[in-house]
Design a protein around this ligand. Sequence first.
Ligand code: SAH
Ligand code: SF4
Length: 343
Amino acid sequence: MTDIVNLIHKAGESSCLTAEELTKILKDNTFNDVLFETADNVRQKNVGDEVHLRGLIEFSNICRCNCFYCGLRKDNRSVQRYRMRAEEIIALAQTAREFGYKTVVLQSGEDAFFDIDTICRIIKSIKELGLALTLSIGEKSYKEYEAYKHAGADRYLLRIETTDKRLYKKLHPSMSYENRKRCLNDLKSLGYEVGTGCLVGLPQQSDESLAQDILFFKELNADMVGLGPFIPCPDTPLQNTAAGTLIKALKVMALTRLLLPDINIPATTAMETLQENGRLIALKSGANVVMPDVTSEDCKQKYTIYPGKAGLNNTALDYKNTIVKNIESIGRTISTGYGFRKK
Ligand code: SAH
Ligand code: SF4
């Protein structure tokens, strides 16, 4: 057996790889099948065959940030901006519950309109529905994260995006890597289940830096890791840049599964957008979560983080039915639990 295959098998048993070893596997494409199969086995052994569905509500596309890759960045004048009322958000959470989803994820741009009181009111109403609640609303102060936690929020998603500090600085004007890390540490110390992740295939991103991203997830002891291939978006500074590849995103995902065997890993919409069935391939390569969109039709069309998002032309109900059918077609089951990380 070759060196790479040995490394993959070793990681499947020990959950350990060094930066050099991760880089070596990322650079070699001869044994991708072995990597995906090993990650699939580790997934089955540690988190089983259940797939957790989390209903995604994209409640505002207004953002004060200017991330170079994102279609919702402040300077993009071609976006029709919207902001849902609290009642609309809660109604969508009810829809998610009717679909049988046990978690809702509230996601938005960094929209300052939603102050602590408003967010806490929404959290409390959703918690009364008996749902688990994930927030994905960006960088906030410790005080704000604390208030959301006390109001009942269970989880928080905040991708580090890249651990390459030079690249981070370039792509995030007036934001700082240190503050992003501070947010993740605050969330951990407040007892949230913390989700992070990165974009794969950003311009000038090296395999060495992707290896560091994976080690960062491990060091943080992330409870969830979401990886997405970068997809260039019109009217952004990166509009003419090459997209990331599905294979590389899957490899980063599979390696993350090897190093963090018991966490939740979504098969992301960006993977499905790059390739039909990308999500199913991800579920067979280490993933155990899907986040179907429950955002209303008109808003969903305007939540243009990147173009051509999978599922854009389906109603939330069609989307759910298709996803459930696809998941069952590969011999997996839909979870009826909340899907917290088993500690
Ligand atoms: N504003 C919040 C949540 C919304 S953005 C935040 O930034 O945390 C959610 C995720 O979309 C980001 O973390 C980023 O990784 C991803 N994203 C943004 N632009 C993208 C693009 N062009 N291609 C793929 N993913 C993108
Ligand atoms: Fe705003 Fe998030 Fe997009 Fe950055 S990635 S511009 S914070 S919505």
